[in-house]
Write a protein that binds this ligand. Structure first.
Ligand code: HEC
Length: 171
């Protein structure tokens, strides 16, 4: 009787992964980015990402302050490199909001619950299994700090920067 139960238990352990391998092998695993990601999946992924960057950024401190000049420079970098996916001041990115799995967070509607230092690590490192690539070879550390400080202050921009942001200024 005990042996029977054990077989049942170990059989189950093997059968689960085996079924998964078969589903993948015969081409039944879903692959489209247009499917709507379930909330539980988003929650698990976000929680694991945020826990990891919080741990790694614990002793990191932004080397520059969020001065008007920094925020203005960050705004330009954001507009040229990030807005196409994360959204501009008055419009979410349709592509980002519907075309990625996981979806691209729209920062104007949902500002990230992250410190600038955590965002710095994310922009430098990119995020696995997502459309968020690493900017390490494309953007200097200085520029990266400027853009994350901008994102972190999106809701509290100084009036001069805010009016340029809302006027859609690029240069
Ligand atoms: C090609 C589309 C794309 C571009 C361009 C892009 N991102 Fe992302 N970004 C994503 C996706 C997709 C995610 C969500 C990944 C996930 O949830 O696993 C993301 C997530 C993030 C996050 C984490 C947000 C959170 O709350 O967990 C930060 C911070 C971020 N991006 C910053 C930036 C910055 C700054 C830029 C510009 C330098 C940028 N991204 C450019 C697609 C993009």
């Amino acid at each position: 009787m005990m042996l029977g139960r054990k077989w049942f238990f170990f059989g189950g352990l093997i059968l689960g992964p085996l079924i998964a391998v078969i589903i993948v092998g015969i081409g039944l695993w879903p692959w489209r980015a247009t499917s709507i990601p379930p909330r539980w999946e988003n929650n698990i992924a976000t929680r694991s990402l945020h826990a990891a960057v919080a741990r790694e950024a614990k002793n990191l401190k932004a080397p520059i302050s969020a001065s008007e000049e920094t925020l203005r420079a960050g705004m330009k970098i954001y507009r040229s490199n990030c807005a196409g996916c994360h959204g501009d001041f008055d419009q979410p990115s349709k592509w980002g909001a519907n075309g990625f799995y996981p979806r691209v967070p729209q920062f104007l509607q949902a500002p990230p619950a992250l410190r600038s230092e955590e965002m710095f690590l994310i922009v430098q490192g990119g995020i696995r299994y997502s459309g968020m690539g690493s900017w390490k070879d494309l953007m200097s550390e200085q520029e990266t700090w400027k853009v994350v400080l901008f994102v972190n202050n999106l809701q509290s921009l100084p009036p001069a920067v805010k009016s340029e942001w809302e006027a859609g200024k690029h240069e």
